[in-house]
Design a protein around this ligand. Structure first.
Ligand code: 13P
Ligand code: SF4
Length: 321
């Protein structure tokens, strides 16, 4: 057996052992695991609830268990804490941030917002709790169109922090929202030229993309949607090949639900790596998840004023969804 195979075998044995211990501890401590589709495969497999940002926020509002382990990034765990402040919310790695959330510092955003005193502020859930306190309503990529359409046509709207999603929504809804200039490093990294080459190479493949991608890329997509929408699309569609422009973690579920289909991760503008991975999401590992369950930390805690002020715009979103 090659050294590589021996290594893989050892790792999968260790993973099985960790999975068993996590299951036992979870029961003993009355904990629940919420995980996003961009998490590594083994974490997706052990999750009690696996989904996109909206689904995870909805589940966070409903959980009965005492401890929520959020296998995702910081803004997601923070949202779970805001919705359910009495629960203990743990994040396996506190450094699991988000480039999009970081692209919108609250002090700068407050100055920007002050320039448009009559505007309704819609913030994409990928932002800090401080930005949520400055927002009228939150949205995710699943419900963004619905949320925007719920705002009277004559109202001016500020949309933050994702300029790509904002531009896509402007096109879809016919609005002229004022956009904050933020973006996600993972979705901005896709190479338009390499995607066109792949489309030529696989003429029967459908090209599907997340709306955090740049407009040039969205223009050539056969389908655009949130991670859950992309997954549902490939499950129900009759094609057999797909080029997928979002974080590569989603391919695990696509392959699992559609074993007979071919999924090709969209390439990025970088010769060192074939597909786009979110370095923040991938900071969480099965081992860190186990340790955080053992030690009940790192825990998400925040200033109670921020916690309370950030709840209303999230609750408004949950009501409309
Ligand atoms: P959704 O899963 O809600 O589509 O969001 C994608 C994302 O970028 C999460 O960080
Ligand atoms: Fe943030 Fe982009 Fe990673 Fe999503 S994929 S968590 S938006 S950096």
């Amino acid at each position: 057996m090659s050294i590589q195979n021996q290594f893989e075998q050892k790792k999968s044995k260790q993973n099985l052992e960790l999975l068993k211990r996590i299951q036992e501890l979870k029961k003993k401590k009355n904990a629940v695991i919420l995980a996003h589709y961009y998490q590594e495969d083994s974490i997706q497999e052990i999750a009690d609830f696996l989904g996109d940002s909206l689904y995870l926020a909805q589940q966070a509002a409903r959980v009965k268990e005492d401890i929520i382990i959020f296998a995702g990034v910081h803004f997601m765990a923070e949202t779970a804490k805001i919705i359910n402040p009495k629960k203990k919310v743990l994040l396996p790695d506190l450094k699991a941030g988000c480039s999009l959330a970081e692209s919108c510092p609250s002090k700068d955003f407050a100055i920007f917002k002050a320039k448009y005193p009559n505007a309704v502020v819609v913030s994409y859930i990928n932002c800090s709790a401080e930005i949520k306190t400055l927002s009228d309503i939150v949205c995710t990529s699943s419900n963004a169109k619905k949320i925007i359409n719920s705002i009277p046509k004559e109202k001016e709207i500020i949309f933050a922090p994702d300029k790509n999603l904002g531009a896509y929504l402007n096109k879809e809804t016919g609005r002229k929202m004022i956009l904050w200039e933020g973006s996600c490093v993972v979705h901005e990294a896709f190479s338009f030229e390499k995607i066109l080459d792949l489309i030529k190479k696989y003429p029967k493949a459908k090209f599907i993309a997340h709306p955090e991608s740049k407009s040039t890329i969205l223009e050539v997509a056969n389908f655009i949607g949130s991670t859950s929408a992309l997954l549902n699309f490939v499950k129900n569609d009759n094609a057999y090949q797909y080029i997928v422009a979002t974080e590569a973690g989603i391919l695990h579920q696509m392959q699992k639900h559609c074993p007979g289909k071919l999924f090709i991760p969209a390439p990025i503008d970088d010769d060192t790596c074939a597909c786009s991975e979110c370095a923040y999401m991938k900071l969480n590992t099965l081992e860190k998840l186990y340790n955080c369950l053992v030690n009940e930390k790192p825990e998400i805690n925040m200033n109670s004023d921020i916690l309370n002020a950030a709840r209303l715009p999230i609750e408004r979103m949950l009501e409309i969804s």
